[in-house]
Design a binder for this molecule. Sequence first.
Ligand code: SF4
Ligand code: SF4
Ligand code: FES
Length: 246
Amino acid sequence: MSRLLKFNIFRYNPEESSSRPRMEEFVLEETDSMTLFIALNRLREEQDPALQFDFCCRAGICGSCGMVINGRPGLACHTKTQDLPGEITLLPLPVFKLVGDLSVDTGSWFREMYTRTESWIHTDKAFDPCALEERMENRDAIAIYELERCVECGCCISACGTARLRDDFLGAAGLTRVGRFLIDPRDQRTNDDHYEIIGNDMGIFGCMGLLACEDVCPKHLPLQNQLGFLRRKMGITSLKRLFFKG
Ligand code: SF4
Ligand code: SF4
Ligand code: FES
């Protein structure tokens, strides 16, 4: 006999002046291999068409279905109800702007982060459309690819104590983005250039190192290694700036 799942879901529509933040209860019969994506769609189709949440790919690729599932940020399409208790509490990801119910605006946060970290290859080489493709060491390509797997779900930011305290903190996703360009041999920026962006409390020195980000990342990015790498790099850069400049 299948379980009856009890859902406690955060409801609030900031666009409606009469709306008040509250929790609402729903009950749904569990089906085989049910994911939270399936459950939420059924709740919207069968019980409340106004329920707001985000989905796109249903396959852990687009990163849009991040939410807090029984106290832990995660992807709803990647979460099977059979791995959860019979009572499931769903909240929107904190830190990001609430669109309504479980839907948040991660896009604006990531766009601003990309602008702040100048998230593109910096080179003074003129672009030649006829030039042969330049080979990159396999080791470098694999290391860059590993960091490019981020799906911008925002789970690491929502789990981060520093990001909850200060809205200008770059978080693991932002810092990892800087690390991705730091190891790219095509990018001509120096450690000093990167220090200007992340050598402060908004960057790597604001990180408390408790690694909630690594715990919740649904794509298992090597966030712990990246944060350690950046802390060492920027620590050495800061000492060099202190002793060998001005
Ligand atoms: S280790 Fe740093 S980036 Fe990760 S959750 Fe903690 S403070 Fe945030
Ligand atoms: S680093 Fe992981 S948790 Fe953070 S946004 Fe990227 S995929 Fe999501
Ligand atoms: S719907 Fe795309 S990651 Fe969940």
